[in-house]
Design a protein around this ligand. Structure first.
Ligand code: ZN
Length: 236
């Protein structure tokens, strides 16, 4: 499991770079504005990651990066050898570096059944054409989000006005407090690559308060996901 998580770290790093590039080019682009991109990325972390295994997460980010993040076009052609390269190129050590064609096909089937990707026609020599969907378009993510927000909306009237998670202008206050640095690894981020992480997870009754949120890079946010903070910080 840890090996697999290591493998997605590099991909997430790359995505952060691509996202910055996309932001740089945003002036003449007709795709997702940078601010929306950061929201979409946060939603992928929050509402899609929990439904996927590390390999599926890595493949999804690969597809996302080569479609929506690059050009705004959600269509991307994909072959099994390409995904094998994705898995290989992100390996952190020799162990567990091989992923079989069967495993890849299973991952694609699961991504398809969740609704994160959709096959758009017959395969040809270059692979199969897929449409990459974002959490707003994925029913399973909506469902997960409903549960997540329902859990966060336990009656706390005073907290309601101080929701630092769902209100964009409040999110920025958390980023500013943390100096746009990941609170786990110290990486310097930009407002486009920052994500918010709950110190006490929502599942464990964590709130959206200023004190329960920290700035995190994509990589740390993915790694820490749903694990107690103590475990995460003492690992390595
Ligand atoms: Zn980090």
């Amino acid at each position: 499991m840890h090996d697999q998580i290591d493998k997605i770290r590099q991909l997430l790093d790359e995505l952060e770079t691509v996202n910055i590039d996309a932001v740089g080019a945003a002036g003449n682009s007709d795709f997702l504005p940078a601010t929306e991109m950061s929201v979409v990325i946060q939603e992928i972390v929050d509402d899609l990651h929990p439904l996927l295994t590390p390999y599926e997460i890595a493949f999804y980010w690969h597809l996302f990066r080569h479609s929506i993040a690059r050009s705004g076009n959600p269509l991307v052609r994909l072959s099994v050898p390409t995904l094998q390269r994705v898995a290989k190129s992100t390996k952190s050590n020799a162990m567990d570096s091989k992923i079989s064609e069967g495993q890849i096909r299973t991952s694609l089937r699961i991504l398809t059944s969740i609704g994160a990707i959709r096959c758009e026609g017959e395969p040809n020599r270059e692979g199969t054409l897929y449409r990459v969907l974002i959490p707003d378009e994925i029913d399973a993510c909506q469902e997960y989000r409903r549960k997540r927000t329902a859990a966060a909306e336990k009656p706390q009237p005073s907290e309601a006005e101080a929701d630092f998670y769902n209100m964009k202008e409040n999110r920025i206050k958390v980023y500013e407090r943390d100096g746009y640095k990941c609170r786990y690894c110290g990486k310097q981020l930009t407002r486009f690559t920052c994500t918010l992480d709950h110190v006490t997870p929502v599942d464990a009754d964590g709130t959206n308060s200023f004190d329960n949120l920290v700035t995190a890079c994509l990589e740390c946010n993915s790694r820490k996901h749903r694990r107690p903070l103590g475990d995460f910080l003492t690992e390595q």
